[in-house]
Design a protein around this ligand. Structure first.
Ligand code: MRU
Length: 332
């Protein structure tokens, strides 16, 4: 069971977001009072992680429509939705959740319908993570060493996480195992968030720098890798935090299974492969940090792991080969 604080709360029709920029030093919530504040929170990674962005956007979009008159409802909803979607381009959950609300709102034109739909997306996410945990649990055997990257944990979703769900499941079942966590430069989601939330839950964790993964694999100290994802395209390509591709290449070299946890909200059937997915580029300052040099910086936030490097995808319906994700999810 996760011990991490809730990523977001919807109370009395108001949205509160855990400020993930301040973790692990401070647990503080921001009251998101308008659409601009929601856009800013998503853009600045106050709330981050593909499913959490989708849930937050759904609540924020619903909230923005509370006092809109019926004559302007459809037009305002469409404009607010496009604005929110522009906050971050790569995780498909943002567009998925917002478009879902737009469809309902255009048909029914009521704030209550939108807020109920946002609550449903939130509740469904919790159930999906639990199911991913059950399906992925068998991959983690007693004494195994698992490696993960970035944060696809409780903080990135509503509960249990996606990549971490099999870990929480096995920990609750009393199975002893150990997790290497990549620190995940430049924003340290692995060090600040994953290592923190797993350790809080009592899971045996070792933090490594991103450039140490090859060493621990070459020493035979990694039995499997499990990561989350921001988007899986129709052919099974996996878009996730920058550095995921490095791990997949290493796994291929060292014959280590490479698994991706993907809820159905992260599957993008309408994009053929990873080559056309927009990869967010972020500010140079994130990479420069305390370094004095003002040389140019390239800071892509995500990379594309080709389908051929993925051992399997863990979904809420079971584990499948990456190329078969469409039939796994669309047959439901
Ligand atoms: O930039 P971030 O912190 O939003 O990136 C998050 C990731 O890349 C996660 O691995 C992904 O969103 C899956 S979260 C279940």
């Amino acid at each position: 069971m996760t011990a991490a604080p809730e990523t977001l709360r919807w109370e009395d029709d108001e949205l509160y977001l855990l400020d993930q920029r301040r973790l692990p030093h401070e647990v503080a919530y921001l009251h998101i009072k308008d659409l601009a504040a929601a856009w800013e929170a998503i853009h600045t990674l106050t709330v981050r992680g593909a499913p959490a962005i989708g849930i937050a956007a759904a609540y924020a979009l619903a909230r923005s429509m509370r006092d809109v008159e019926s004559g302007n409802f459809g037009e305002t909803l469409a404009a607010n939705a496009e604005y929110l979607k522009s906050a971050r381009p790569t995780a498909v959950n943002l567009a998925w959740a917002v478009d879902k609300l737009v469809g309902l709102g255009q048909a029914q034109g009521q704030y209550e319908v939108l807020s109920a739909a946002a609550c449903e997306i939130h509740a469904a996410d919790t159930a999906i993570c639990t199911a991913i945990g059950k399906h992925g649990a068998a991959l983690i055997q007693e004494g195994n060493n698992v490696l993960t990257h970035c944060n696809a944990g409780s903080l990135a979703v509503s509960r249990h996480g996606t990549a971490t769900a099999p870990m929480y499941h096995q920990h609750d079942a009393g199975v002893p195992f150990h997790v290497f966590v990549d620190e995940t430069r430049p924003l340290y989601q692995g060090a600040r968030l994953t290592a923190w939330e797993l350790a809080q839950a009592g899971i045996d964790v070792t933090l490594i720098c991103d450039n140490m993964a090859a060493t621990v694999m070459s020493q035979g100290r990694v039995d499997l890798v499990i990561v989350g994802t921001d988007r899986v395209t129709a052919n099974g390509d996996v878009i996730n935090k920058i550095g995921t591709l490095n791990l997949a290449v290493l796994c291929n070299h060292y014959d280590v299974p490479f698994y991706v946890a993907c809820p159905s909200s992260t599957y993008d059937a309408s994009t053929a492969d990873g080559s056309s997915v927009p990869i967010e580029e972020r500010s140079a300052e994130e990479v420069r940090q305390t370094h004095a040099a003002s040389v140019p910086v390239f800071n892509p936030a995500f990379d594309v792991t080709p389908v051929g490097l993925v051992t399997g995808i863990i979904t809420e319906h079971g584990i499948c080969e990456a190329a078969a994700i469409g039939s796994m999810l669309q047959s439901r």
